[in-house]
Design a protein. Structure first.
Length: 145
């Protein structure tokens, strides 16, 4: 896992929508493609993210109308990662920023997304001894903090 890179594990199934898109249109796109978030763009430049959790905490809980623009509920600034970074680096960013989805950006364009599910999936590949080694490394990193 130390030598596994984001571009080897990331999902390429990512939705980007302009900031003026309605919450309802965004939700319909997310549902259609079975994804848990949408990257919000401003003139095609990624600027924020709207997740399923945002729909719960910022839309349903606050009673926002579905015609509200996604820019009103997006999380920003957008925290991203380069496709050449390691899975460990992605994990560290997610842990420090308390996030579960990390857009992968190359040349100012979204090319994928790294999620905690992707990290769990890659961690569970291999033999028991490999998994034990990964778990030991994780525990050692936790002790250092």
């Amino acid at each position: 896992m130390n030598n596994t890179f984001v571009n080897q594990v990331m999902s390429k199934n990512v939705i980007t929508l302009e900031k003026s898109t309605s919450l309802q249109d965004a939700a319909q796109e997310m549902n259609k493609l079975s994804v848990g978030c949408v990257i919000v763009t401003d003139n095609s430049k990624p600027v924020g993210i709207v997740t399923e959790r945002d729909f719960v905490t910022k839309v349903a809980a606050e009673g926002r109308p579905l015609f509200t623009e996604i820019s009103e509920v997006m999380s920003y600034p957008l925290i991203t990662i380069d496709p050449g970074e390691t899975i460990w680096e992605a994990s560290e960013i997610m842990k420090e920023k308390l996030i579960h989805k990390l857009p992968v950006i190359e040349n100012e364009k979204v090319i994928g997304i790294m999620t905690t599910t992707d990290i769990v999936r890659i961690s569970s590949v291999g033999s028991d001894s490999q998994m034990r080694k990964v778990c030991d490394q994780i525990l050692m990193r936790m002790k250092d903090n």
